[in-house]
Design a protein around this ligand. Structure first.
Ligand code: SPV
Ligand code: MG
Length: 432
């Protein structure tokens, strides 16, 4: 009896799955590999049905002899472990992002004499509707809010990109690339105070008010499903902060990061070039404690951001604050730096992790940008935020187009830098 291997995310079981399972079962003893939640989230969207339930469902389908987990979208690890004679797949993966994965499967099978059998892919129109519905479910506040914590449980290190309106939200939601046999996408979005202010032509000094910040979040939420981390600046007055976190929690935001500054907040990357003051440890700890008290769920996270390195108060001060804020109930620590090298951040992470292995560490590597995500992950970082790259790349592109039109007295020359009209007209998905 030949050993047959079929891999599926199987989040939504439909007729196409049943058909391919029954065909595969005619070829030999069928093992179905179920992609783990982490693997599905990496290449598609967060699964609606948890891994353990998916394993159980698949195991009870007629024709399935064994069910095994598959930890990555690539098959290599499992193929070398189980050495199936046949791998079965729909022929849809010959093109698109799965094509390199298919190539790797063929190569691995060749190494021990296995064979790939592809069945014609049945394009089920119901599936498109089901997939759209899955997105709707994932975008509901109660589902979205908890997803940051869930992702932190599944993945060691999350990659978060800034979004400051619906359009940038769509970019963070939908952009994915194939790299080294993996599909990469962002895990969530950062609603930056710098970018939200800049997009409105305002300085980053807590001038854009709460109502406006909430409106930006709504705009992003309308068109996306991924978890949102809000840059909450100083958090404002404690009495206001308590109301604000309740509002965010109800909306489905997953986390707020507040920084330990007082008075007129200016952007951290100015450092000591402008006058900025750090809050006393006890006051900021109290803000965290009261914020946590106001919440109704354990899903929503309040993350404390330490400005000691930004304001040159030293490593000791940064660490003392970090432990105090964790003690006060902070669900994570963001350590910030404006140095060009990562040295002080690496030192902080080492010292903090020596005493605290659990509390998530967040970094914003805007200036110290040479270290890769994999390297940060090994050091113990849990969330990496790309805080401003979308707006920083959009502005020069728009300015160049404006200058090109002025220079040429017409817009023909600018077209080379522009998206085709047809594409912009169909860029935004419809309401269904
Ligand atoms: C932001 O994105 O607004 C931040 C990060 O707070 S930073 O600009 O680096 O201070
Ligand atoms: Mg900010």
């Amino acid at each position: 009896m030949k050993k047959v291997y079929l891999s599926m995310s199987s989040d939504i079981i439909h007729n196409g799955h049943i058909k391919i399972i029954s065909k595969a079962a005619t070829l030999g003893e069928l093992t179905v590999a179920v992609l783990t939640d982490e693997a599905v989230a990496k290449y598609k969207r967060y699964p609606l049905i948890p891994f353990e339930e998916r394993i159980e469902i698949i195991g009870n389908i007629k024709g399935v002899s064994n069910v095994v987990p598959q930890n990555t979208i690539g098959y290599e690890e499992n193929l070398l472990k189980y050495k199936p004679d046949i791998v079965v797949h729909g022929d849809d993966w010959k093109i698109g992002f799965q094509a390199p994965i298919r190539e790797k499967v063929i190569e691995t099978l060749k190494s021990y004499g296995g064979e790939l059998i592809e069945f014609p892919y049945t394009n089920d129109s119901n599936l498109i509707a089901i997939e759209k519905n899955a997105r709707k479910i994932l975008s509901m506040p109660e589902n979205r809010r908890s997803r940051l914590r869930t992702l932190l449980n599944h993945k060691k290190c999350l990659s978060i990109m800034e979004a400051h309106n619906g359009l940038t939200g769509l970019i963070v939601e939908d952009t994915n690339v194939e790299s080294e046999g993996e599909i990469r996408q962002f895990d969530g979005m950062w609603v930056s105070s710098l970018c939200d202010s800049t997009a409105k032509g305002r300085p980053d000094i807590e001038l854009v008010d709460t109502t406006s910040r909430i409106s930006t979040i709504h705009e992003i939420m309308e068109v996306t499903t991924k978890p949102i981390i809000l840059d909450g600046d100083t958090g404002g007055l404690v009495e206001h902060f308590q109301f604000f976190v309740k509002t965010l929690e109800r909306m489905g935001v997953s986390a707020i990061i507040i920084e330990d500054k007082v008075g007129l907040k200016k952007n951290s990357l100015f450092g000591n070039e402008v006058e900025q003051f750090q809050a006393p440890i006890c006051d900021f700890s109290e803000k965290i404690r009261l914020g946590k008290l106001a919440l109704s769920t354990s899903d929503f996270m309040i993350i404390a951001r330490i400005e000691s390195l930004i304001l040159e108060q030293g490593m000791e001060d940064a660490l003392t604050r970090a432990f105090a804020y964790v003690e006060a109930g902070a669900d994570g620590i963001m350590i910030h730096s404006r140095q060009k090298t990562p040295d002080e951040i690496i030192e902080f992470i080492g010292s903090f992790r020596a005493q605290d292995k659990e509390t998530p560490i967040v970094i914003v590597p805007t200036t110290f940008n040479t270290v890769t995500e994999n390297e940060w992950e090994k050091m113990g970082v849990n969330i990496i935020i790309y805080a401003n790259q979308l707006i920083r790349s959009a502005f020069p592109a728009m300015k160049k187009t404006a200058e090109t039109i002025l220079t040429n007295n017409r817009c023909q020359e600018a077209d080379a830098n522009c998206m085709p009209i047809k594409e912009i007209l169909t860029l935004i998905p419809d309401a269904n």
